[in-house]
Design a protein around this ligand. Structure first.
Ligand code: DC
Length: 214
């Protein structure tokens, strides 16, 4: 079984995907985390997003993800980079790197390989449209950017970070992700759409679970 959870930035896709993975005892992969880890590798090696990436370079990138006992971890060439990939520099650069066809192909291969090993839930932007157009279940989460920024602000819990700047970053990322030529963020025709803006985490979870179980 393959379950795709796509949607806009900061709509709680990974929170939901992890809860569903735990409930159904299936594997979980965070596709955005792959793009973030590759971005971290390229930034560290001073390779900008306009450079062409050859197979030689890509063969130096080894990434694995683990979801165990409710905890998600990601390793880049053996190093645990779970927190590092959420840093500001990676967050503002990842959309530019994620546009590159070589990088997308690299991530698609990883995701498709994982799907052959067990049932899986994957969150991202193009999982139900491009990576797994035949996924068994597809969901698309969205919400007003203002609400998403408020929630993200609460999560960050740092008064020095302004809500307005979070909202700007969310809007910019959505804009870049949905207007790129290759695999843009868009709802799959057959996705179940959920406006998460006025729902709690548990309400969204119940709505998703109900669709899968019944
Ligand atoms: O889900 P996230 O915010 O961690 O994703 C980081 C970036 O990766 C996002 O801005 C765009 C890119 N991404 C993508 O292009 N395709 C995906 N399936 C997942 C993420």
């Amino acid at each position: 079984m393959i379950i795709a959870i796509d949607g806009e930035a900061s709509t709680g896709k990974s929170t939901q995907a992890k809860k569903i993975a735990k409930e159904l005892n299936i594997d979980y992969k965070d596709s955005g985390a792959y793009y973030r880890a590759i971005t971290l590798f390229l930034i560290r090696n001073q390779i900008n997003s306009r450079e062409k990436l050859d197979n030689d370079l890509l063969s130096k990138i080894h990434i694995s993800q683990k979801f165990k006992n409710d905890t998600f971890s990601i390793f880049l060439n053996g190093e645990d980079v779970t927190s590092k990939i959420r840093g500001h520099k990676v967050s503002i650069s990842v959309s530019e790197y994620a546009k590159k066809p070589e990088i997308r192909k690299f991530v698609y291969n990883l995701l498709r390989k994982s799907s052959k090993l067990s049932s899986i839930i994957i969150d991202g932007r193009d999982i139900g449209t491009v990576v797994f157009p035949d996924a068994d279940y597809k969901f698309f989460l969205y919400a007003n950017p203002e609400i998403r920024a408020k929630r993200r602000h609460k999560e960050i819990n740092d008064e020095s970070v302004k809500i307005e700047s979070i909202e700007r970053e969310i809007r910019e990322r959505d804009n870049k992700d949905s207007t790129r030529d290759i695999a843009p963020l868009k709802k799959a025709e057959d996705a179940h759409v959920i406006d998460v803006g006025y729902l709690t985490i548990d309400q969204v979870f119940e709505e998703i679970l109900e669709k899968i179980i019944y």
